[in-house]
Design a protein. Sequence first.
Length: 160
Amino acid sequence: MSDRDPDRVELASAGEEDTERIGYAIGCRLRGGERLALSGELGAGKTCLVRGLAAGLGVDRELVRSPSFPVILPYEGGRLPLYHIDLFRQAEGAGDVEELREYLYGEGVAAVEWWERLPEPLTDYLSVAITFVGTERRSLVVEQHGVGYDRALDALRAMS
Ligand SMILES: Nc1ncnc2c1ncn2[C@@H]1O[C@H](COP(=O)(O)OP(=O)(O)OP(=O)(O)O)[C@@H](O)[C@H]1O
Ligand SMILES: [Mg+2]
């Protein structure tokens, strides 16, 4: 049934390159003003996916690292700016809401790791949940919440 859900795609990744490729496919289809909510345990591959996302937005993938301090890293130089946010070190509900909103609902693309710790719920976003299947294998469930991600989902469906 879930295969027919127009808002959901499940993909398998056999390694880092696959996860990056999935991020790239998403990035290529974004037009600005989107949010990606990434979840998965430590080392699942969230940052890896952002690396591909960056490439898909025309941002140098080498710029991507793990934001810890500051928790927001802006990557410029692409077709659209990419704001990489990682709330791992932030207590749930903490953080400057106004500042976060500027990045989350700006003209660029925001990718948030540990988004469960955002001080308020997101609207119109694409969630990517990564789970471990083996040492290198991962399962990725990509789901649209609200509107704006049909093109990205179609591209992923073609890859699945
Ligand atoms: N299929 C895969 N997809 C992504 N990364 C993989 C995969 N298989 C192995 N890896 C390895 O897992 C690690 C993923 O690291 P990454 O920093 O992307 O995780 P993360 O989810 O962002 O973790 P954190 O919560 O600490 O930020 C990398 O070392 C990568 O080489
Ligand atoms: Mg990370």
